[in-house]
Design a protein around this ligand. Structure first.
Ligand SMILES: NC(=O)C1=CN([C@@H]2O[C@H](COP(=O)(O)OP(=O)(O)OC[C@H]3O[C@@H](n4cnc5c(N)ncnc54)[C@H](OP(=O)(O)O)[C@@H]3O)[C@@H](O)[C@H]2O)C=CC1
Ligand SMILES: O=C(O)C1=N[C@H](C(=O)O)C[C@H](O)C1
Length: 267
């Protein structure tokens, strides 16, 4: 039985994760962490998540519970995630990180833990998205240098704080790697005013923020006379949460290293 603690347990993903851990016969909920000073400290995590009493209460100090945890699941914000990684390194614990929006410096800091912590880091934990990444690699290799324009379009709920989504960036990166067009050079993240026609090799990104959209991603390959669109639509956060619990069970048996969902799923 893998003992899992959830950081950011009061958040949209945190509450869904409580439910997902409960539904997994191979996992047990060992704790949940809320923001320091939160009025939710002491609240039963099952009641917080709407799944009935679990007799595990929210704390605001990770160090208070880490001894009795095998794997931490973290869907919070970049700074909080990096602090939690440091705690996992100090306590010899594994971590599953779903947080997106890390900048280059933060990504480098995270990567610095690869020899000290077993970690799964993925911008999207759903099986469907990770299969889509494979399809994109195949499509990019077949179409990318044949005059097809490539655009990545993503839509999310109005509360999301980072853009483009981590998944959109990953999709762009997979296509860019397949075509040997580094995103730093070929990614176009803004078009406004007299921006001129698109160039042949650019990879464009567009972002929608509206209502309660859980997460939708389309990669378009368009040329004269036809357009191919590869789309993934998430309709419930449970798809991400189930993937994260699967990753937690998997990483509990791994040595130090930085792993992806492709590693977890064997894709
Ligand atoms: N990889 C994947 O599959 C997915 C990744 N994500 C990513 O996960 C992240 C979180 O998303 P979401 O759940 O929607 O966001 P929320 O804002 O709903 O949740 C984040 C939670 O973290 C809490 N928090 C902030 N600081 C701390 C702290 N120091 N200790 C403990 N908890 C803290 C926040 O509390 P408060 O509100 O009080 O500040 C909030 O409850 C985002 O980066 C998002 O992009 C989301 C879905 C899927
Ligand atoms: O913030 C979200 O909600 C999501 N974030 C992830 C991302 O940035 O790609 C994954 C998912 O699409 C939901």
């Amino acid at each position: 039985m893998t003992r899992i603690a959830i950081v950011g347990v009061a958040g949209r993903m945190g509450r869904t994760l409580v439910n997902a851990v409960q539904q997994d016969a191979g996992a047990t909920l060992a704790g949940g962490v809320v923001e320091p000073g939160s009025s939710l400290v002491g609240t039963d995590l099952g009641e917080l998540a709407g799944v009935g009493r679990l007799d595990v209460t929210a704390v605001d100090s990770l160090e208070a519970i880490l001894d009795d945890v095998d794997v931490l699941i973290d869907f919070t914000s970049p700074q909080v995630t990096l602090a939690n990684l440091a705690a996992c390194a100090a306590y010899g614990k594994a971590i599953v990180i779903g947080t997106t929006g890390l900048d280059d410096e933060q990504l480098a800091e995270l990567d610095g833990y690869r020899d000290r912590v077993p970690m799964v880091f993925a911008p999207n934990m759903s099986v469907g998205v990770n299969l889509t990444l494979k399809l994109l690699e195949t499509a990019a290799k077949a179409l990318g240098d044949e005059g097809y324009d490539i655009e990545v379009i993503e839509s999310h709920h109005r509360h999301k704080v980072d853009a483009p989504s981590g998944t959109a960036l990953k999709m762009g990166e997979v296509v860019a790697d397949a075509l040997e067009r580094p995103l730093k050079e070929y990614g176009v993240f803004e078009r406004v005013g007299q921006c001129g026609p698109r160039s042949d090799r650019e990879i464009g990104f567009a972002t929608v923020r509206a209502g309660d959209i859980v997460g939708e991603h389309t990669v378009m390959f368009a040329t004269e006379g036809e357009r191919i669109e590869i789309t993934h639509k998430a309709s419930s956060r449970m798809t991400f949460a189930k993937g994260a619990v699967r990753a937690a069970r998997w990483v509990a048996g791994q040595g130090n290293g930085r792993y992806s969902m492709q590693d977890v799923l064997g894709l």
